[in-house]
Ligand binder design. Structure first.
Ligand code: G6P
Length: 465
C-alpha cells in the first residue's frame, strides 16, 4: 500500500490542545489507522521564513508543520481563505471582502506549502489534500512535475455556479481543482453544484458518470459524507456521564431539562437566529419557563476578522436580552460559554441533554449533530433539532428538521422535542444511529482513498477524439 500524505491547513498534532473544528476531528483517526504524514501549518506566526519544517513522530504518523509569516497569516488565512472563500462557499457573497493582495497571498502560501512538502514527497505517495485553504495545491504540484495520485476533499459546502461565479477570479481558482484525480464533497448537492460549474462555466465534457475531461487528464467527482467514530463516541459518552464534570453540571440544573448547542463562534452557525428562536419558544410556550436551561458552548474563532467580532457582540447582546427578559432570581434561561470543552465533557453533556440544537444557516456536514446522536442513551434518548441546511440532514433525516431562518418554526420544534413521547424518541434515535453506523469515519476515509487509488494513473487516460 502506498504511503499516505495528508495535507491541510490545520494539523491535529497530538499535543493535547483541544480545538473545535470538524476537519481535525475527522482526519486524525483515519490517519492513525493507516499511518503516514500529516503536513500543514503549525498555527504559529513567525518573524521570518526559516524554511525549517518541524516534525513530531507519534503512533506511525509524522506530523510535519511549517510556520507562516505575519503577511501570510493576514493575506492567506484571515484574508482570502476566511474573508472570501469561507463566506462565499457558505452562500454569503454579501460578506466577502476581496482584495487582489489577499489572492496573491493565497497563491504564495500554497506555493510555500508545496516547496516544503516536496522535500518529503516520494513518487508513489498518495496525497490527500483537505479544504478550501489549499485548492490550488495539485496544480502547483503538477506544474513542478509531480505525478502522484492526488485527491481533494472539501469539508464545507460548494454553492451553485450562480454564487461561485461571484467569486472574483473564480476562473483561476475553481478549475484548478481539475488537477486533482478525485474531488470529494460532503453531499450530492455540493457535487452537483461543482459539476454544473464545470459543465456550464468552464465548458468541460463529461468523462463517464463521475468525471470530466480537463486538458490531458480526467478529474473524478465523488460524494463522501464525513462521519464520526460512532461506537467509540457512544462509549465515550457512556463513561463521561459519570465524570465529576457532568455530575457538577447536573447538580447545577435542579432537575431542569437541558437544551444544548455547541458551535464555533461563526456566522454560518446561525447562533443569533437560534437564540431568537429560543426567545420565541419562551414567549410562546410559557409552561416551560423555569423548567428548561439552554446551554450554548461557543469557543471563539478567527477573532481577527471583523465579521467574527460582530457576531460575537450580537450573540452577547442577545443572550443578555433573553436572560434579562425571562430570567428569574432563581432561574437563568440561557447559559452562554466561550470556553472550549474536551470531547469527553461534550460527549457527557450530549448524553445528559434532552434536546440538541444544531441549526446552521449553511454547513458542509456538522459533526456536532452526528456526535449528539452517537452520545444518546438508546433507552431514553434526547432529540436532535437539525437545520435542513446542514449536510448531516441528509443522513440524519429522523431528526426534527427545521429551517433556521424560521424562528417560530424552530420554537415549535423545541417544544415538540421536549414533549416527545419515549416511543417516538427511540424510533427516531434508532433510525439516525443506524445511518451513523452505516457510514462512520473509518468507512469515509476508506471509501475516499479506495476511490482515489482505484483509478488508473491520470497520464494514461486520454481524451477521446
Ligand atoms: C471548519 C473548516 C476547517 C477549519 C475549522 C476550524 O471546520 O472546515 O478547515 O480548520 O473550521 O477553523 P480554523 O480557522 O480555526 O482552522
Amino acid at each position: 500500500m502506498s504511503r499516505l500524505v495528508v495535507v491541510s491547513n490545520r494539523v491535529g498534532i497530538p499535543d493535547g490542545s483541544a480545538r473545535a473544528g470538524g476537519l481535525e476531528v475527522s482526519i486524525r483517526p483515519a490517519l492513525k489507522k493507516r499511518g503516514g504524514i500529516w503536513f500543514g501549518w503549525s498555527g504559529k506566526v513567525a518573524e521570518e521564513r526559516t524554511g525549517a519544517a518541524k516534525t513530531v513522530e507519534h503512533d506511525k504518523v509524522s506530523y510535519i508543520t511549517i510556520d507562516l509569516l505575519k503577511g501570510d497569516y493576514e493575506e492567506f488565512y484571515n484574508g482570502f481563505a476566511n474573508r472570501v472563500l469561507w463566506p462565499i462557499l457558505h452562500y454569503r457573497l454579501d460578506l466577502a471582502e476581496f482584495t487582489r493582495r489577499d489572492l496573491g497571498g493565497y497563491f504564495r502560501v500554497n506555493q510555500y506549502f508545496v516547496e516544503n512538502l516536496e522535500r518529503v514527497l516520494r513518487p508513489d505517495d498518495v496525497i490527500w489534500v483537505h479544504d478550501y485553504h489549499l485548492m490550488p495545491l495539485a496544480q502547483i504540484l503538477r506544474e513542478r512535475g509531480h505525478k502522484n495520485r492526488i485527491g481533494f476533499f472539501l469539508h464545507i459546502p460548494c454553492p451553485p455556479p450562480e454564487i461561485l461565479t461571484g467569486l472574483p477570479n473564480h476562473e483561476r481558482l475553481i478549475p484548478a481543482l481539475c488537477h486533482y484525480d478525485l474531488v470529494g464533497f460532503q453531499t450530492e448537492n455540493d457535487a452537483n453544484n461543482f459539476s454544473r460549474y464545470l459543465a456550464n462555466e468552464v465548458g468541460l465534457r463529461r468523462a463517464g458518470d463521475d468525471g470530466f475531461y480537463y486538458e490531458d487528464r480526467v478529474v473524478h467527482i465523488g460524494i463522501f459524507p464525513v462521519g464520526v467514530e460512532t461506537e467509540a463516541f457512544t462509549r465515550l459518552a457512556r463513561r463521561a456521564i459519570s465524570t465529576q464534570f457532568v455530575s457538577d453540571v447536573m447538580a447545577s440544573m435542579s432537575d431542569r431539562a437541558l437544551i444544548i448547542g455547541v458551535d464555533r463562534l461563526d456566522y454560518s452557525k446561525g447562533i443569533p437566529e437560534r437564540l431568537n428562536a429560543y426567545e420565541r419558544f419562551l414567549a410562546n410556550f410559557p409552561d416551560w419557563r423555569g423548567l428548561v436551561t439552554y446551554l450554548q458552548i461557543t469557543p471563539r474563532s478567527r477573532t481577527d476578522i471583523r465579521e467574527y467580532a460582530d457576531i460575537g457582540r450580537l450573540v452577547g447582546e442577545t443572550v443578555g436580552r433573553i436572560n434579562g427578559t425571562f430570567g428569574e432570581a432563581s432561574w437563568t434561561p440561557l447559559r452562554y460559554i466561550n470556553k472550549a470543552h474536551s470531547r469527553s465533557s461534550l460527549a457527557g453533556l450530549y448524553r445528559y441533554a434532552r434536546v440538541g440544537l444544531v441549526t446552521p444557516l449553511r454547513d458542509g456536514m456538522n459533526l456536532v449533530a452526528k456526535e449528539f446522536i452517537a452520545a444518546q442513551d438508546p433507552d431514553d434518548p434526547g432529540v436532535l433539532v437539525l437545520s435542513r441546511f446542514a449536510g448531516a440532514a441528509r443522513e440524519c433525516s429522523a431528526a426534527l428538521l427545521v429551517n433556521p431562518y424560521d424562528s417560530e418554526g424552530v420554537a415549535i420544534a423545541i417544544n415538540r422535542a421536549l414533549g416527545m413521547p419515549l416511543e417516538e424518541r427511540r424510533m427516531r434515535h434508532q433510525a439516525n444511529y443506524a445511518a451513523l453506523t452505516r457510514n462512520d469515519l473509518t468507512q469515509w476515509a476508506e471509501r475516499f482513498l479506495g476511490r482515489l487509488e482505484e483509478h488508473v494513473p491520470a497520464e494514461t487516460e486520454t481524451r477521446p477524439a
